[in-house]
Design a protein around this ligand. Structure first.
Ligand code: SAH
Ligand code: SF4
Ligand code: F3S
Length: 447
């Protein structure tokens, strides 16, 4: 049986102790800035990191130039993400050769040994590196790094945890994220996530419900349940559908969303929830990755196109107006012109409302890294441009089909340009006029 540790931050004495020590070290009004990269997991972790820094007495800076503490919360999903981060560190280097500021790196890159080595070698000015399972050590890392000329490293390997009772900065948003599970067991052959985020583990249902209630009391109208493989919550099957049904009963909450779902865990109960849970919005992000069975099999996705298409049909039978979105990878090793065209045809047939489209990026340590028949970079680029053009016109057609319709919009109030803004249940952004005092309200807008 896989075991993980639940760390209740309020009962973790070392945490409180170092919070106090850091507070006594710095002067008032010292500021922090977090640069967050990658997915919603990192966005959520950045909120926790910000909450911790505020407990240590730091206040949020306008930008990195104004900050005394800079934290980079990193992503390593594609090579591009890593190179960008090295670029940011390179730019910080000349300004920080004598450690004028405290600079630390958290997130998925810190969890990888090779990236850690490279960062320690090339950027010795770094105060600390903290892995994905170790953010509760942040106060200790800051305190120790103030006393050391070397980079302090906190990385727990093979020891996954769930942090509870964390401080969250912000926290009064109309639309809030709630993590329900962490990690991934799927080992898609191209993906580093299982290596940097650990095995799947779910939070207790009662703890999640309490958190949603608290967020709703603080003003949240929309909740997005988060997990790398969110629909395998509680082991998959019915547990996730039951969780949604319980959240659907919470008074004051208007909308529920969740991401990201794996097609293999899209149970009939979960599909039915789109019919039975009135707050569950008509949008589902269900990454297909490829439209070719050969490529799906090489990707270790554990479904074929027949299965994927049957999910699309079932979802549309339960909710005819549901909008689907996807992630797609082009240029996977061995992807033939025919395989690529299968992806394009599948996208034309399914008509996703939007898609995140990527060129395959080989990641060291994953199975696909050493696969033969790598696709030429130029071909990858061509395929990416082609599939983007196809999706672009589908997205535009779907958006245009809204013209003249009256839709329910959750108003987020006025933006900086003086225009009111909000989202439809299908996750479309809407700009509208005459939205006085509508913040947080459901309004009907004619498109
Ligand atoms: N857990 C989610 C998201 C994982 S990362 C899921 O399973 O869908 C987000 C997306 O990045 C993936 O869906 C995939 O399309 C893309 N991706 C992951 N690894 C990649 C790689 N090595 N090269 C290109 N794209 C990749
Ligand atoms: Fe990566 Fe696959 Fe897990 Fe998603 S399901 S995080 S793509 S291994
Ligand atoms: Fe990137 Fe880590 Fe998310 S690798 S996509 S930030 S889980």
């Amino acid at each position: 049986m896989y075991e993980f540790e639940t760390i209740d931050l309020r009962r973790y004495e070392e945490y409180e102790q170092y919070i106090g020590l850091v507070r006594s070290e710095h002067s008032q009004n010292e500021k922090y800035c977090i640069l967050s990269y990658g997915c919603q997991m990192n966005v959520h972790d950045s909120q926790i990191i910000a909450g911790m820094l505020e407990e240590m007495g730091y206040i949020e800076a306008e930008n990195e130039n104004d900050a005394d503490v800079i934290i980079l919360n990193t992503c390593c999903i594609r090579d591009h993400a890593e190179q960008r981060l090295f670029g940011v560190l390179g730019a910080l280097k000349p300004r920080n050769s004598r450690r004028e500021k405290i600079v630390g790196v958290c997130g998925c890159m810190s969890q990888q040994e090779a990236s850690r080595l490279k960062m320690r070698r090339s950027f010795p000015f770094l105060n600390f590196l903290i892995g994905t399972q170790s953010i509760h050590h942040l106060p200790k890392a800051i305190y120790q790094s103030l006393r050391s000329k070397k980079t302090v490293v906190f990385v727990d390997e093979g020891k996954d945890n769930i942090l509870e009772n964390v401080p969250l900065a912000g926290g009064r948003e109309l639309s809030s994220f709630v993590n329900v599970m962490y990690g991934c067991n799927n080992f898609c052959s191209y993906c580093v996530v299982p290596y940097v985020r650990g095995r799947e583990r779910s939070r207790e249902k009662a703890v999640i419900i309490d958190e949603v209630k608290r967020l709703v009391d603080a003003g949240a109208k929309e909740i997005t349940l988060l997990g790398q493989n969110v629909n395998s919550y509680g082991g998959g099957g019915t547990a996730f559908a039951e969780l949604i049904s319980s959240i659907n009963d919470i008074n004051g909450l208007e909308r529920i969303r969740f991401m990201t779902s794996h097609p293999k865990d899209m149970s009939d109960e979960l599909i039915s929830a789109f019919g039975s849970c009135s707050k569950l919005c008509e949008h589902l992000h269900l990454p297909m990755q490829s439209g070719s069975d050969t490529v799906l099999s090489a990707m270790n996705r554990k479904y074929n196109m027949e299965k994927y298409m049957s999910l699309v049909e079932k979802l549309r039978a339960v909710k005819p107006n549901i909008e689907l979105s996807t992630d797609m990878i082009v240029g996977f090793p061995g992807e033939t012109d025919k395989d690529f065209m299968d992806s394009v045809e599948a996208m034309k047939k399914i008509r996703f409302a939007f898609a995140f489209l990527f060129a395959f990026s080989p990641r060291k340590g994953t199975v696909a890294y050493t696969m033969p028949d790598a696709i030429d970079e130029a071909v990858k680029k061509e395929r990416l441009a082609e599939i983007m053009a196809v999706q672009d016109s589908i997205s535009k057609e779907i958006s245009s089909s809204y013209i003249g319709k009256r839709v329910e919009v959750l108003s987020e109030g006025m933006n900086d340009d003086g225009v009111y803004v909000g989202k439809t249940r299908t996750n479309k952004k809407v700009f509208f006029e005459n939205g006085c005092n509508t913040y947080g309200k459901l309004v009907t807008v004619e498109i």
